[in-house]
Design a protein. Sequence first.
Length: 295
Amino acid sequence: MASFRTAKKQNKKEDGVLKISFYSKEEITCPICNTNFRREELLTGSGRQIAGSLTDELHRLYETSAKYGDVYPLAYQSMVCPSCWFAAQPEDFLKAPEEKIDKLLETREARKTDTALIFPPVDFTENRNLISGAVSQYLTLVCYDYFTPEFSPAIKQGMAALRTAWLLDEMEKKYPQQHYDWLSVLFKKKARFFYQQALKRETTGQEPLAGLKLGPDTDQNYGYEGVLYIAACLEYKYGEQNDQELRRKNLDELGRNVAKMFGLGKSSKGKPGPLLEKSKALYDLIKKELKEFDG
């Protein structure tokens, strides 16, 4: 049985470089291939994470630390087996459906081959970085295909797709002209699909959303209303663009839904300030475009 990584002390230098992560003391056994490994987790404090602005997609940007360099919290959110590349959110990793284990084991090489078509080479026995962080989210998106409805896979795939896109945005900044910006848009379109599916399945009782960490980022859980907002935001940005009549119809419906969902123009003390502000900004964009249709 293979075993990867030993636990390391926190807050110490590693090879002369200040650490931004540590490895858990407890070994984790992959439920798919039985490999033992230790989870890498992000250290906090000491100026490692310098919060910046919040994007319209509720993604928290971080400033470069003079002491620690660039830190990407999303790179550490998914648990990945370094051997078979099975990935999931930490709370689901050890609960992979038994009836799907053989299929997940059978597709291990396909996961690696498909990943290599999109991303540069990565090694999950090494410390996470921007690229392996993006791959970890991509693998999470892929592996939730094998989870059953009680795990609410659609919303988790939506978040994984969106987080993959955000890390691809960072890759575009760091490694320009490698088409990562195009890939980011592709994954945001995937996220749009999965967010729509998640809301449909929640409405029909197939996949519950209550009690889940719905992010979509790591700094704050915006809950169900955050899901509604992200679905609307992605629909506005990545929905129908070519058929102008259909675009107008969709925007008209979207504007009404956003106003209704977030009670725009009414008292909204119970809603997080940033979410309400972003909702109002989205509503204004929708109304502005609708006015342009009217000439």
